[in-house]
Design a protein around this ligand. Structure first.
Ligand code: 5GP
Length: 174
């Protein structure tokens, strides 16, 4: 598909970032390309099947970029899920495991009303830890989860197998 190829062609491999042995998928060429960025957001919108979300939920920080653009495009609200200590009002927090140690994500307790339809958006799915933590937060808020949507999926990590609570969509699977 030409649109998917356009997006894929604007994602750059950076070896040994942020540490030796890791090949980082750099999305900044995609963001900087007006047509490519628009195509990526259009593809995220096109992949929504069934009811439209009331809210796009974006995970700090690259999930904010695609998530906010998608929310504007489809006429949904945007809910930021942030690193600890950033949100000013009362939060729910969810800890999740990293390769070494733990991290946490937070969301405002009053971000949405019970049963609101939500779609989680992030730039990249790797192990799935970030996405699963975001899903946990949405369950605590009483949200309906329509799915997870990513620009890139590192499919060799098989994160999808552990994300059985909602459908997983990715534009580019590598
Ligand atoms: P996971 O929790 O699935 O292991 O990692 C995904 C999270 O880490 C996402 O929020 C994503 O932004 C970030 N991430 C991990 N690896 C990469 C990468 O190679 N490129 C980009 N752009 N983000 C990454």
């Amino acid at each position: 598909d030409a649109a998917v190829a356009q997006v894929e062609g604007l994602i750059r491999d950076i070896p040994d970032f942020p540490k030796p042995g890791i090949i980082f998928k750099d999305i900044t060429p995609l963001l900087g390309d007006a047509a490519g960025f628009r195509t990526a957001v259009d593809l995220l919108a096109d992949s929504i099947e069934g009811p439209m979300p009331d809210y796009i939920v974006g995970t700090e920080s690259r999930g904010f970029i695609f998530g906010a653009a998608l929310a504007y495009h489809i006429g949904a609200g945007f809910i930021p899920v942030r690193k600890p200590g950033k949100l000013p009002s009362d939060v729910y927090a969810c800890e999740y495991k990293l390769e070494y140690g733990t991290d946490a994500l937070e969301v405002h307790r009053d971000a949405l009303s019970q049963g609101a339809r939500t779609l989680i958006v992030d730039d990249l799915l790797a192990t799935g830890g970030t996405a699963r933590a975001t899903g946990d937060l949405l369950r605590r808020l009483g949200a309906e989860m329509l799915g997870y949507s990513f620009v890139i999926e590192l499919s060799f990590l098989n994160a999808r197998e552990h994300m059985i609570d909602a459908p997983v969509n990715a534009i580019v699977r590598v």
